[in-house]
Design a protein around this ligand. Structure first.
Ligand code: FES
Length: 108
């Protein structure tokens, strides 16, 4: 089901913004002419991705510095270099985005 998230004018370039879609919280990021939508909370330990830093098409969680690819959700940088126990992180959930006119929609 395609659901409207926001208008393009609600977004500032490289500034993550959180929205709620019928109880599902997502973060939307615009990078130039691309728009990405992801889970609002980091899959590592639940950091709020709205406070993430954007570097190209990557988002860096503010809590422990893990970085995820916003196109695929893949974990691309774990600054601790360990992946067991506390250090483990699944990938970030990414939603399929459609921009229609001036509005952003996601598949949920
Ligand atoms: S909670 Fe995001 S990197 Fe740990």
């Amino acid at each position: 089901m395609l659901v409207r998230v926001c208008s393009l004018s609600d977004l500032e370039d490289k500034k993550p913004k959180k929205f709620s879609l019928n109880g599902i919280e997502v973060v939307v990021v615009k990078v130039e002419d691309r728009v990405f939508v992801m889970d609002a909370y980091c899959p590592h330990k639940g950091g709020n991705m709205e406070y993430g830093d954007i570097n190209g098409y990557r988002i860096r969680c503010h809590l422990h510095g893990y970085e995820y690819n916003m196109e695929t959700g893949d974990l691309v940088c774990n600054p601790y270099g360990k992946s067991d126990g506390w250090y483990f992180s699944p990938n970030l959930k990414i939603y399929k985005v459609e921009v229609k006119g001036k509005d952003v929609f996601v598949e949920v």
